[in-house]
Design a protein around this ligand. Structure first.
Ligand SMILES: [Zn+2]
Length: 503
């Protein structure tokens, strides 16, 4: 079977997961000690983790701060040593993503974003997030999910679960695997909270940090959902947060309370200052320009994609939900039936757009196509009659060269009728290419410098309103400062206490 480029790029983890051989068997679950019907050996499980680790690192970028990485690893390893699978070999990585998230791959590969770090207020809260993710690994949630997915043929569903991020998740969630995913949801999340609380207690932290951190993230989630809806984009939220607030969640309180019996220190560690020292100067928000890694990519802002380095703006389909990973934008229609992906690549000067497309799709010849009418740039577009993982029967491919970049659009839909309806939208998106307007240039200059989180000691008279005014944050600045300091909705800094500001 020939895999199209659309398949491999839309679902980067799928192929690997499918190709990993798995050994059938009935192993004991490491947490419950009872037999688990998971058709996968531990070696295969580790293999899934390690082979997808490279892709995750490439896709999201690793946050370049060795000291911070070492700190996160230190906290994580201490928890893992107290877990049900202490010998597994764990890997903890901070991703350079503004998304508020953390997730685990099978086999002990755990990721936490710089985005979520800004919202945590102590080492104990950090440990609570890492402990929760370790819980997904020790209870083999990913593996169990994989088994369920294989049994029903919805292998794609694993990807969203494994990554917890992205349009892919959303897509597979809503289009393919809704039933599976919601079945995976609450019980396993609660089990991870229970295990996380236990690992916290055994490591000397207060298990109540689990409740605390879910409260912080719940506030962030509610606020972010409102913003995202107004800005027409996907909210950046943590997968482990559910409908009710932790203060009202009796089951959560119960399982966390049970962890008290594992307490190893009478005075549990909070380590607020240690944590604050580590996250001082952390990059904040959507811009990672200063990290130098967004060499090809740009900035997604409301429903526009800006590439200031090549003076280009693109209008993305209005009302579609948008997701950015490093150099890729994915737009999904509101009914989840159509999908447009844009990859920004380095231009290979001696490869024409049609030749690029032919090679990329691994085709011997391309269907008849031509330049995109109305565009001044060198371009090529055609419709490829290919079945893809998104189960469309055709894909609109558009390649546009601009300065030293090559923009590669791929549009598809679930059905032929859907494709016919969406195709003009795909073409219009490519035709919307234009230089930045003056006010957009200003916006880029203003936000193009990475915002940084700073830890300061609050002075008498400091308010979040006054601190927000001095920050580069926009109209939501005051709320943002309260949210990252867990003083939302109306708290104020107390003179002398350590607080986080953005500069
Ligand atoms: Zn979780």
């Amino acid at each position: 079977m020939r895999h199209t480029a659309l398949q491999t790029s839309l679902i980067p983890l799928l192929l690997t997961i499918v190709l990993v051989g798995f050994v059938s068997g009935c192993a004991l679950n490491p947490v419950s000690g009872t037999p688990d019907v998971v058709f996968m050996s531990e070696a295969s499980e580790i293999n899934i983790g390690s082979s997808n680790d490279t892709k995750i690192r490439e896709q999201y970028g690793v946050y370049e701060n060795p000291e911070l990485q070492a700190y996160i690893n230190r906290v994580g390893q201490q928890l893992a040593a107290q877990s049900h699978r202490p010998g597994l070999g764990y890997h903890f990585t901070v991703l350079d993503s503004p998304a508020v998230n953390a997730f685990a791959l099978p086999g002990g590969y755990i990721y936490i974003t710089r985005g979520i770090l800004a919202y945590l207020n102590s080492e104990a809260e950090l440990a609570a997030v890492l402990g929760h993710e370790i819980g997904h690994v020790t209870a083999r949630h990913g593996v169990r999910q994989y088994t369920a997915a294989t049994a029903t043929g919805f292998v794609g569903a694993i990807i969203g679960v494994a990554t917890g991020i992205g349009a892919t998740q959303d897509l597979f969630n809503k289009v393919f695997g809704n039933a599976i995913l919601s079945g995976y949801g609450r019980d396993h999340e609660l089990e991870s909270d229970r295990l996380g609380a236990e690992y916290l207690a055994r490591t000397g932290y207060d298990p109540q940090a689990v409740i605390k951190v879910i409260g912080v993230l719940k506030n962030q989630e509610a606020y972010e959902k409102k913003l995202a809806a107004a800005e027409n984009r996907q909210p950046r939220i943590y997968h482990g947060v559910f409908a009710s607030h932790p203060s009202a969640d009796k089951r959560l309180q119960e399982v966390v309370g049970e962890a008290d019996k594992f307490k190893s220190l009478s005075e549990p560690k909070l380590a607020r200052e240690d944590y604050f020292k580590q996250i001082d100067k952390l990059a904040f928000g959507i811009i990672t320009k200063s990290s130098g890694k967004l060499t090809k990519g740009g900035l997604l802002y409301t429903n526009r994609y800006y590439l200031p380095e090549i003076d280009l703006a693109i209008d993305l389909p209005s009302g579609w939900s948008l997701q950015q990973t490093l150099d890729t934008i994915t737009a999904t229609s509101t009914d989840q039936q159509s999908l447009l992906q844009l990859d920004v690549r380095e231009l290979e000067k001696n490869v024409t757009p049609d030749e690029f497309l032919r090679r990329h799709m691994q085709l011997s010849t391309l269907p008849k196509g031509g330049a995109v009418t109305g565009l001044s740039q060198t371009s090529y577009t055609t419709v490829l009659p290919l079945a893809t993982a998104f189960s469309a029967r055709e894909t609109r491919a558009i390649v546009v060269d601009h300065k030293n970049r090559r923009l590669f659009f791929q549009g598809t839909a679930r059905t032929h009728e859907g494709f016919t309806a969406a195709d003009p939208v795909f073409l219009a998106t490519a035709r919307s290419l234009r230089p930045l307007k003056a006010d957009e240039k200003q916006l880029m200059e203003r936000t193009g410098t990475a915002q940084r989180l700073r830890v300061i000691q609050a002075r008498p008279g400091d308010t979040f309103a006054s601190l927000a005014k001095k920050s580069p944050l926009n109209k939501n600045g005051e709320d943002t400062l309260r949210l990252i300091n867990n003083l939302f909705p109306d708290g104020e800094p107390q003179a002398g206490e350590l607080i986080k500001i953005i500069e």
